[in-house]
Structure formats: structure tokens, C-alpha cells
Design a protein around this ligand. Structure first.
Ligand code: SF4
Length: 193
């Protein structure tokens, strides 16, 4: 299977083949095929529509589970990390770097700072498995003097419900984060995903 075959099957009316092929779950929705297509057909939108037709309990467990896990806490973390988990890791890593690198002794990683210019999301993978990976961006924000904050709620950047074509939960995930941005009165929402 490839995007051209997928389209050809759809054009030939072979809906059952299209709907039952696992191929729809291989697409990353990168949109490169749209760029290459002389007719500019929105193939990832077709893929999205096919995924939307799949019963939830038959969707790939990793993607479906990550979509649902995001609602375990109000953090939106697909890895199930809580508000307390995130706060602990951020504060712990910040302290470690401030001590180890005196040139960054004044570096901040604010949580729930009201009125900050930027509200920053963070992919859960970093605080959960690679906490040091958060630091380069903190350093950049520090060096440019950016006024930013994380939220203890709504901090997780990822949203796997998009990849399940689960419109209801996709929106629910976005609205949880947007509510925190509004509550903290940040002007710009930065989502790194
Ligand atoms: S969106 Fe990307 S991954 Fe999906 S079919 Fe097009 S080129 Fe392939």
C-alpha cells in the first residue's frame, strides 16, 4: 500500500478494502503527499476520515491508550504524569542545573505564573523519561529574557486523540489546556508538538 494505491482504491469504490486496511494507521499525517500531488488531493484528510470510522476498541492500542490516558489527570499527559509529578521533576532538575552551572544560577522554570507572556507546553516524554532534555529550552528562554510559565495543569503538549481521529476527545484535550492558558492570562500559547 502507498498513498497512490490508497487513492486508487477509493476512486474505484473499494470502500471495504480502504476501511479495513491497517495502512490508514501507518500514515503520520505529514502532508508531504499533498505537496507532491499534482491535484493537491488531501490524502491525510482521507486517512483521518478512515480512522474516524474505526471502532475505538479496534484502533491501535498504543495510540488509543495514549489518547485516553491524557484524561487521567488534568495535565493532558499521555503518559499519565500528574500535576505533582511534573512539579517535582521541574523543580528538581532546575535546582540541579542552577547549582552545577553557575552561569545559569538565575535561570527560572516557573509554574503557574500569572500574566506571563508565554505559556509553554512540554511533551510528557521529557519529564517522565528524559528530564535533562527540558533544560536546553529553559536556557534559551533565560538567555533571551523571555517571560514564560508552565502550568501544573494542562502542561502536556501531546494530543494523541488527533491521531485516533477522535474529534470529541481531541477538542476536550485542547480545551483543558486552553482553559489554563486563559486562567493564567498568558498572551501566547507555545505548543512544541
Ligand atoms: S500524509 Fe505523509 S505519511 Fe500520510 S500518506 Fe501522505 S506522505 Fe504518507
Amino acid at each position: 500500500m502507498d498513498p497512490r494505491k490508497f487513492l486508487r482504491l477509493a476512486a474505484l469504490g473499494l470502500d471495504e478494502v480502504v476501511l479495513n486496511s491497517n495502512w490508514a494507521w501507518m500514515c503520520t499525517m505529514c502532508q508531504r503527499c499533498v505537496y507532491a500531488c499534482p491535484m493537491k488531493i488531501d490524502i491525510p484528510q482521507l486517512v483521518f476520515n478512515v480512522r474516524n470510522r474505526w471502532p475505538k476498541d479496534q484502533q491501535p492500542k498504543g495510540i488509543r491508550g495514549s489518547c485516553e490516558m491524557a484524561f487521567k489527570h488534568e495535565t493532558c499527559s499521555a503518559m499519565g504524569a500528574s500535576e505533582e509529578d511534573f512539579q517535582f521533576v521541574v523543580e528538581d532538575v532546575l535546582e540541579e542545573y542552577r547549582e552545577a552551572q553557575p552561569e545559569f544560577a538565575q535561570m527560572q522554570a516557573p509554574l503557574d505564573k500569572e500574566g506571563a507572556e508565554f505559556f509553554l507546553n512540554q511533551n510528557s516524554r521529557e519529564p517522565v523519561t528524559e528530564p535533562d532534555e527540558m533544560v536546553p529550552l529553559w536556557k534559551i528562554l533565560h538567555l533571551v529574557g523571555a517571560d514564560w510559565t508552565y502550568g501544573t495543569k494542562g502542561w502536556a503538549a501531546e494530543n494523541y486523540c488527533l491521531f485516533c481521529a477522535d474529534l470529541e476527545n481531541w477538542e476536550k484535550n485542547v480545551r483543558i489546556k486552553a482553559k489554563v492558558v486563559d486562567q493564567l492570562k498568558s498572551r501566547v500559547w507555545l505548543n512544541t508538538e
